[in-house]
Design a protein around this ligand. Structure first.
Ligand code: FES
Ligand SMILES: [Fe+2]
Length: 433
């Protein structure tokens, strides 16, 4: 890859092609849980912009500029009152649309405030995540994804800070080969004790732990199909003459993935640039079995992530917890059991913006190669695949699965199973299963 190409694909400031592409999609900007409590106001840094997100007394959300229109003081310290946020410097009051309502130090007769408006962006809340529309163009309808179809109790939302470019963070999610190495456990844990954890269940239609499948069969045959939502990746591991392990993951253009977590849960995850050298992942875990134990999921994740920044307690600052003895005896990385730490090490250690002029892609990198082509052509066209991405046909939803199938005719069995899964999900959520 040439240097200019790498820049084109990784930049996300508003004046860059990447920035304007990402702004044509709804962007996750906060977890709904961040806007609870006595003072529902958070500062948000997203796509190189500094904003505040707050709820007024009516519970309505506003996403507006962080710096006051008067003389630029920081509104994240503002007073939430009188239908908006009031700047503590001279008391200017702004509503959820950024309109200035009051300027209490100005003479009574002035109408100056009517002409003052801060930048604001429309926001929508969906199953625990607040999304913003950051383009001047009309808002697109929301993506039709299972994580939004599911009733809230069947979902759980969380996020995490990563200190590298968003594209690296996305690329690890479309790299089915890495799981056999980066997330290898030398010993299989009890699959029934892995609630809420990635790769801890057995594969569907088998009693083989996914950790074992990944460890024993490290050379997946990966195929990539272009779909109306983005890419579908199918990774096959031949277990014997009679059986194949199939893992289907999806890339939802431009910056999300839909992957299996266990037999009953999937993860939909977005990678959102803060700037070019840091990003957040936002995820909605979605169950097609029982409602999710949200308290347990929250406790598990806050063991690693520290609020309010959602920064990992194990990271670059403490060598990702690296322990050479553990690396010899228990895990491939020596960085503990949490796969989020493994992924974070992998992508942050590539450098804040990976220098792709120096890489050497192999055949197992096919997902990454195909995705970059897609992104590059969208950026070259200026007007990306918004229309397709927002109206893809309902029979082409990104469904993910991790399953063992008979080797004979596994393709048609897989199609049937994916179809069944979608129907099962709808029935479970409608309370009819
Ligand atoms: S800087 Fe905000 S009111 Fe003056
Ligand atoms: Fe990973």
């Amino acid at each position: 890859m040439r240097k200019e190409q790498n820049e084109l694909l990784t930049q996300s400031a508003s004046e860059t092609p990447g920035g304007s592409l990402l702004r044509q999609f709804w962007q996750p900007v906060a977890l709904a849980r961040e806007l609870t409590g006595d003072r529902p106001l958070v500062s948000v840094r997203v796509l190189h912009e500094s904003l505040i997100l707050f709820r007024n007394e009516d519970g309505k959300l506003g996403l507006i500029d962080r710096n006051c229109a008067h003389r630029g003081a920081d509104l994240s310290y503002g007073r939430l009152e009188d239908g908006g946020v009031r700047c503590p410097f001279h008391g200017w009051l702004f509503d959820i649309e950024g309109q200035c309502l009051e300027q209490p130090a100005e003479p009574f007769e002035t109408t100056f405030c009517h002409r003052i408006k801060l930048k604001n962006y429309p926001v929508e809340e969906h199953n625990g995540i607040i999304f913003a529309w950051m383009s001047d163009e009309p808002e697109q309808p929301f993506l039709s994804l299972a994580c939004f179809d599911a009733p809230e109790p069947w979902t759980f939302a969380f996020k995490g800070l990563v200190e590298c470019n968003w594209l690296q963070a996305l690329e690890v999610g479309i790299d089915p080969a890495h799981a056999s190495f980066l997330h290898r456990y030398l010993v299989d844990d009890d699959p029934t004790a892995g609630y809420g954890q990635q790769f801890r269940d057995v594969a569907d239609m088998s009693n083989i732990p996914v950790t074992q499948l990944l460890r024993v069969y490290p050379r997946p045959e990966i195929s990539v199909d272009e779909t109306s939502f983005g890419l579908r990746l199918t990774a096959i591991r031949y277990l014997s003459e009679h059986q194949v392990h199939v893992r289907v993951t999806n890339q939802v253009f431009p910056q999300a993935i839909v992957i299996p977590m266990s037999r009953s849960m999937s993860i939909t995850q977005w990678h959102v640039p803060i700037d070019d050298v840091s990003c957040y992942w936002y995820a909605i875990f979605t169950s097609i079995g029982d409602p999710i134990d949200q308290q347990k999921m929250y406790e598990q994740r806050t063991q690693l992530y520290e609020l309010p920044e959602y920064r990992s307690k194990t990271g670059k600052h403490n060598n990702y917890g690296y322990d050479p003895l553990e690396q010899r005896t228990r895990t491939y990385t020596g960085m503990g059991d949490d796969i989020n730490v493994h992924d974070q090490w992998a992508i942050e250690s590539q450098g804040v913006i990976q220098d792709r002029t120096k890489e050497h892609l192999g055949r197992s990198d096919i997902g990454i190669i195909r995705y970059r082509r897609l992104l590059q052509s969208a950026l070259a066209n200026g007007k990306p695949r918004v229309a397709e991405a927002h109206n893809y046909s309902s029979n082409e939803k990104p469904v993910s699965i991790d399953i063992v199938l008979p080797a004979l005719d596994w393709q048609s069995k897989l199609s049937e199973k994916l179809e069944d899964l979608s129907v099962q999900a709808q029935n479970v959520w409608a309370g009819t299963s």
